[in-house]
Design a binder for this molecule. Structure first.
Ligand SMILES: NC(=O)c1ccc[n+]([C@@H]2O[C@H](COP(=O)([O-])OP(=O)(O)OC[C@H]3O[C@@H](n4cnc5c(N)ncnc54)[C@H](OP(=O)(O)O)[C@@H]3O)[C@@H](O)[C@H]2O)c1
Length: 308
């Protein structure tokens, strides 16, 4: 049995499931926590907003590393429930950081490219660029970054609290709606039968990313790690271009999908950034592999798997 133990929050989610697998591949003991989808056996059911449950989970699992993936991460849902979103994305994060810092646990807080404004001409963003979120989701994730760094600073353990920002993710989704990329394949299918054309954003640039590296967890001298890291693919595309790729992969026409280059509706309450491309320099400087899966290659493999 390995002596290294990791705890992954949000282990029932899109990213958390993969982080658990990555630790398993690395021969760590790993325990995941989830909430509504947790079975209480393979994945612990822990309401992170509940201080007692959170403390009990840490005392029970006794990890050396916690990867904090759990969050409310759908911008529209966040907008509809600002209090609940702050309770999970910020306050639960603060409590987790404070408890982990007091126990000398390395905490990797998963954040987002949405902490940046994404104005045309700004990207790529270095890890130390000035954040300025355009919506409540991004703001709560940024506040989560601040509370992690603050709690570790307060505890005199600054090197042990790390922020890892990632862009839009795709991968093994339980349902396509779990990922803003996977759902586009559904749209391509719908466009085959739809009478009216489906409007698809062809304005905002995205860098769909799969297969997050967690190699740096193994560093012997964590105090040398920068406190903010960023991971991203270099593959730039709009949602409409992703639909085009899906059309090619599946041999489907996307004539029923209309590129929409209008950008944000200035009256919408959730404004989305145009281009938040994250520089991966901080990870590269650490000698960490920032190569990503090839988008088309992964999807070819994935859709074939579905057809079996
Ligand atoms: N997905 C993306 O494209 C993307 C892009 C950039 C950054 N991120 C960041 O990456 C992280 C992981 O995202 P994801 O896509 O994996 O999210 P996800 O699929 O929506 O999963 C969210 C996780 O949070 C858990 N959770 C929700 N409320 C909880 C509560 N009260 N107590 C405990 N756990 C709770 C959920 O558990 P149950 O489902 O069991 O309730 C689930 O495991 C997030 O921090 C997100 O901000 C994601």
């Amino acid at each position: 049995m390995s002596s290294k133990t990791a705890l992954v929050t949000g282990a029932t989610g899109l990213l958390g499931r993969q982080v658990v697998r990555a630790f398993e591949r690395g021969k760590w003991n790993v325990k995941g926590t989830g909430y509504s989808r947790a079975d209480g056996v393979s994945v612990l059911k822990v309401d992170l907003v509940n201080a007692e449950q959170l403390t009990a989970a840490l005392d029970d699992v006794k990890p050396q590393v916690v990867v904090h993936c759990a969050a409310n991460r759908f911008p529209d849902k966040c907008d509809k429930d600002p209090e609940g979103t702050r309770a999970l994305n910020v306050e639960a994060t603060r409590r987790l950081a404070s408890l982990c810092a007091a126990r000398g646990i390395l905490l990797i807080y998963i954040s987002t490219d949405y902490v940046f404004p994404g104005k045309p001409g700004d990207a790529p963003y270095e890890a130390d660029a000035k954040p300025q979120p355009t919506n409540l989701y991004g703001q709560t994730k940024l506040d989560g970054e601040y509370v992690v760094l603050e709690e570790y600073q307060k505890a005199g353990k600054a090197g042990l609290g790390v922020v890892l920002r990632v862009p839009v993710l795709y991968g093994d989704a339980e349902v396509p709606a779990e990922s803003a990329v996977n759902i586009l394949l559904d749209n391509v299918w719908k466009a085959q039968e739809s009478v009216s054309k489906i409007k698809m954003d062809h304005w905002a640039l995205r860098y769909p990313t799969n297969d997050i590296s967690v190699k740096y967890l193994g560093s012997d001298d964590k105090s040398k790690l920068p406190s903010i890291l960023q991971f991203s693919s270099e593959d730039k595309c709009t949602k409409y271009e992703i639909c085009q790729r899906f059309g090619e992969i599946m041999g489907l026409s996307i004539a029923g999908i209309e590129p929409n280059t209008e950008g944000n509706d200035p009256n919408a309450s959730v404004q989305r950034p145009y281009d938040c491309h994250l520089s991966t320099k901080a990870l590269k400087d650490l000698g960490i592999d920032v190569s990503t899966q090839d988008f088309t290659g992964w999807w070819r493999w994935n859709v074939k798997a579905f057809r079996k």
